[in-house]
Each structure stands twice: as structure tokens, then as C-alpha cells.
Design a protein around this ligand. Structure first.
Ligand code: C2E
Ligand code: MG
Ligand code: MG
Ligand code: MG
Length: 281
């Protein structure tokens, strides 16, 4: 009987694996084509200060496929990473994002933060910084206009001394660095002091803990760490006014989340900035 069950288990397992492999293949093939056909776009999600002014925005990749529909980056980025497509995809996202940044700067005198997510695999390339600089020149923007969002996974992907060295080189080149999804990775607090970062992004998972009637001591501690290190602390995935209130009490003053805005097409973000500029005139 046990043997029989084992065999059944094996079959289910096998079918599942096959299904996963097939899905991966489909996404890989379609993604390759989407890149060639310019079907990949970038949306922007504003980040707000407590006083309502715009602190900055994060560029988030979007892909709509005729057959597959909207595919979430949470689904296709890992596949792009495993298949090596992440490099051409990452270049494409940089090109597109920086061309938008150029428009914002020259037409609206945009001086806010402008964040681009960088995969651990991009960061790990030996020529990563050189290639970033090429993109900057091509789009006539400065490194200091750009925030690179790196996750803890990216930071601890390689040898730690190499990583710390690379962070310093990025800072020397003029980039700002945000540590994304803080609290979810493998980072050890002892390395945090060695990484020259500017911004700490508290992961949504910790913001989610803030619901009426429950305490979230970890969230509060992470915010304290960030403020004590004199970093800008951004709460990600803020969905309610209650969370804004509690986060503010905890010392966090920059927010990003559906409570404020969902990620939006470039034209909408630009209209939002124009409206804000008019208000302050
Ligand atoms: P992330 O960098 O932590 O981005 C934040 C994610 O949270 C985005 O999901 C955003 O749409 C979502 N979000 C923001 N506010 C809320 C909220 O209030 N509620 C909820 N439920 N979600 C919220 P998205 O765009 O689906 O991206 C998921 C992840 O995929 C990103 O997490 C990032 O790791 C990766 N990703 C997205 N765009 C890029 C990209 O251009 N390059 C790379 N390498 N990775 C990207
Ligand atoms: Mg991010
Ligand atoms: Mg994040
Ligand atoms: Mg995340």
C-alpha cells in the first residue's frame, strides 16, 4: 500500500514539475518576443511625504501579452533571471525609464527621487557600473538623478567584500541606493553599517502587520534602525489611513502604496506632477 501511495505521489509531483517547466517555457518564449516587439512598458508609483508633497516615484515594469494577458513581474522576473533574459530586459527597462526621466527633467524641472529596480543578476555583472554609465550618457541624465533599488538578496548574492566594494563604487559614481524589501532577505544587521545606502524600504509584509488592535514591534524597530542611520525610510504597500497614522507615530514619513496611488502609466504620472507644480506656484 505504501509503495502504491508513493507511486501516486510521484506521479502528481512529476506532473506538477512538468506543468511548471512548460509554463516557464511559455513565458520565456513570449517574453523574448515581447522584448523584440517593444511590448514591455514601465509604470510609475509615486512616493509621498507626510505633508503630501511628492518625494519621488518607482519605475515598475509592465507586460501585457496578447495571449497570456497581463503577466505580473513577480512571475516573469524570476523566470527572466533563470534564463538570462534579465540582462536584455534590464537594459530595456533602464533605457525606457531614463528616457522618461529625461522628459521629466527637461519639461518639468523634476528634481524628485527616481527609482529603478535592479536585479541581483544585473548587479552581479562585472561591467554593471560601466553599462549604467553608458545608459546615463545616452539619455543625458546624471547618476545623482537616479536611485537604484537593490534587494538584500542582490546585496548578499556575491562575496560580501566584493558587494560592499561595488556599493561604494556606485556611490562614488553618484547614484543613490535604496535597500528594497528590507527585512525579508538574508541580510545581517552587522552588514548594514558597511553598505553605503541612502534609503531603506520597509517591505509591505511589515506594513501589513499594522492593523487595528495588533502591535508590530519589528516594523517599529526597522524604522528606528533606518532613522538612526539617517536614511530616508519608505514604507511600501501602504493601504490604509490607519497605517499612515501608525507609521508616522513610529517615525516613518515617506509612503508608497495603493492608499495613495497605484502604479500608473507615464503620462498620468506626468499629469500628476504638473498638477502639483501648479498648486505650489
Ligand atoms: P518591489 O520592487 O518591492 O515593488 C513593489 C511592489 O508592490 C510592486 O509590485 C507594486 O505594484 C506593489 N505595491 C505597491 N503598493 C502596493 C499596495 O498598497 N498594495 C499591494 N498589494 N501592492 C502594492 P509589482 O509591480 O507587481 O512588482 C513586484 C516585484 O517585481 C517588485 O517588488 C520587484 O521586485 C519586481 N520588479 C518590478 N519591476 C521591476 C523592474 O523593472 N526590474 C526588476 N529587476 N524587478 C522589478
Ligand atoms: Mg522596488
Ligand atoms: Mg519592495
Ligand atoms: Mg517587494
Amino acid at each position: 500500500q505504501a509503495k502504491k501511495n508513493g507511486r501516486k505521489q510521484f506521479c502528481i509531483y512529476h506532473e506538477e514539475l512538468e506543468h511548471i517547466a512548460k509554463e516557464r517555457m511559455i513565458i520565456q518564449t513570449h517574453l523574448k518576443k515581447a522584448l523584440l516587439d517593444n511590448r514591455i512598458s514601465v509604470h510609475f508609483q509615486p512616493q509621498y511625504r507626510s505633508n503630501g508633497s511628492i518625494y519621488g516615484a518607482e519605475a515598475l515594469v509592465r507586460w501585457f501579452d496578447d495571449e497570456l494577458g497581463t503577466v505580473s513581474p513577480a512571475r516573469f522576473i524570476p523566470i527572466a533571471e533563470e534564463t538570462g533574459l534579465i540582462h536584455s530586459l534590464g537594459d530595456y527597462i533602464l533605457e525606457l525609464s531614463l528616457s522618461y526621466l529625461k522628459v521629466l527633467k527637461s519639461e518639468l524641472n523634476y528634481a524628485g527621487h527616481f527609482s529603478i529596480n535592479i536585479s541581483a543578476w544585473q548587479f552581479a555583472l562585472p561591467n554593471f557600473i560601466k553599462s549604467l554609465e553608458k545608459h546615463l550618457i545616452a539619455h543625458d541624465v546624471e547618476a545623482s538623478d537616479v536611485v537604484l533599488e537593490l534587494t538584500e538578496t542582490a546585496a548578499f548574492f556575491q562575496n560580501i567584500t566584493e558587494t560592499i566594494d561595488k556599493f561604494h563604487k556606485l556611490k562614488q559614481a553618484g547614484f543613490q541606493i535604496a535597500l528594497d524589501d528590507f527585512g525579508t532577505g538574508y541580510s545581517s544587521l552587522s552588514y548594514l553599517k558597511d553598505l553605503p545606502i541612502d534609503i531603506l524600504k520597509i517591505d509591505k509584509a511589515f506594513v501589513d502587520e499594522i492593523v487595528d488592535g495588533s502591535e508590530s514591534p519589528l516594523t517599529e524597530s526597522m524604522i528606528s534602525i533606518g532613522s538612526n542611520m539617517e536614511l530616508d525610510v519608505i514604507a511600501e504597500g501602504v493601504e490604509s489611513s490607519y497605517q499612515v497614522k501608525v507609521l508616522t507615530q513610529m517615525g516613518c514619513h515617506i509612503f508608497q502604496g495603493f492608499y495613495f496611488d497605484k502604479p500608473m502609466p507615464f503620462e498620468s504620472f506626468r499629469a500628476l506632477l504638473e498638477a502639483q507644480n501648479k498648486k505650489s506656484d
